[in-house]
Design a protein around this ligand. Structure first.
Ligand code: CA
Length: 229
């Protein structure tokens, strides 16, 4: 259940908003002062704030700005004066919506629902799944940079991981040592292509059952290596 915080010093308005929101199934908290309201707004369980502009303790401008610095939750600002609403918009404080008093409580409920649904969608679209390659018993998580061989995690150095992930994401493609060196070490290294051979050996020790008969990284004599699928 979403928790709504109403920061409003006019008791009758706060009560009316609270009643309508509770009837719609929301959990509602009210605060009469700006300063205590801000403290409450910063708590983890607050999902949306309905914020009056003129308040004792700290005004709505200040509260909205402070919430925006720390939290990504919808803020609906309300004011008795149309002029104030225009001013708030002009300031670009980052409120999600503005309502002029008096407004219909059902209109407020509708907007609360719409903003919560929009944030919900945003949160879900930001959660990206890890980029994982799975090839015959090897699982390579390119997001977390972790590797499992038959379910058992193996640790890799940065370059070993980069080299393995590069080969595995281009399966059956034969790369020369020069190409691999350029791809993985780029210009940052003063090493030579023998480095590639050394790293391939290290990777094989971690992923191959028998390094003399590699099942994953195959040597193509006179050319280079490929990840066999
Ligand atoms: Ca007020």
């Amino acid at each position: 259940m979403s928790k709504i915080l109403i920061i409003e010093d006019e008791e009758s308005i706060a009560e009316l908003e609270k009643d309508y929101l509770e009837l719609s199934g929301f959990e509602v908290e009210t605060e009469r002062r700006g300063d205590t309201g801000l403290v409450r707004a910063m708590q983890d369980d607050t999902d949306l704030v309905i914020l009056d502009l003129m308040l004792p303790g700290a005004d709505g401008f200040e509260i909205c700005r402070r919430i925006r610095e720390k939290k990504d939750i919808p803020v609906i600002m309300v004011s008795a004066k149309k002029d104030d609403i225009d001013k708030i918009r002009g300031l670009g404080l980052g409120a999600d919506d503005y309502m002029t008093k008096p407004f219909s409580p059902s209109e407020l409920v509708a907007r609360v629902k719409a903003h919560l649904a929009r944030y919900e969608r945003l949160i879900h679209s930001n959660v990206k799944e890890n980029d994982i390659l799975e090839i015959r018993g090897i699982k390579i998580d390119r997001t977390a940079r972790r590797v499992w061989v038959n379910g058992e995690e193996r640790s890799f150095t940065t370059k070993e991981f980069d080299l393995l992930a590069f080969l595995a994401q281009n399966p059956n493609h034969v790369f020369t040592k020069e190409e691999l060196f350029r791809e993985i070490w780029d210009m940052e290294s003063i090493g030579d292509i023998a480095t590639v051979t050394v790293h391939i050996k290290k990777i094989r020790e971690k992923i191959e059952f028998d390094t003399s008969k590699p099942q994953y990284i195959e040597t193509i004599w006179g050319v280079g290596y490929r990840f066999k699928v």
